[in-house]
Write a protein of this length. Structure first.
Length: 69
């Protein structure tokens, strides 16, 4: 038997999935939904501590009119 016939013979064996095919999509959707909630909870975090950030910037001579480096 050649390698090719061995590979083809192995491919003929049907293996069943441990869960239904639609469940993989549902699990992925649930994971993305949970990750979206985590990201949503961290929105606008920099503005929550604006007083501290401004005090730090003033103490270290940062330019307030410039948004980036």
């Amino acid at each position: 038997m050649s390698f090719l016939t061995t590979v083809l013979a192995e491919g003929e064996l049907a293996r069943e999935l441990p869960i239904p095919a639609w469940a993989y999509g549902a699990i992925a959707l649930a994971v993305f939904f949970v990750l979206a909630i985590v990201v949503w909870n961290y929105r606008d975090v920099s503005n929550r501590h604006k007083v501290k950030a401004d005090a730090y910037a003033a103490a270290h001579g940062a330019d307030h009119g410039h948004g980036g480096h």
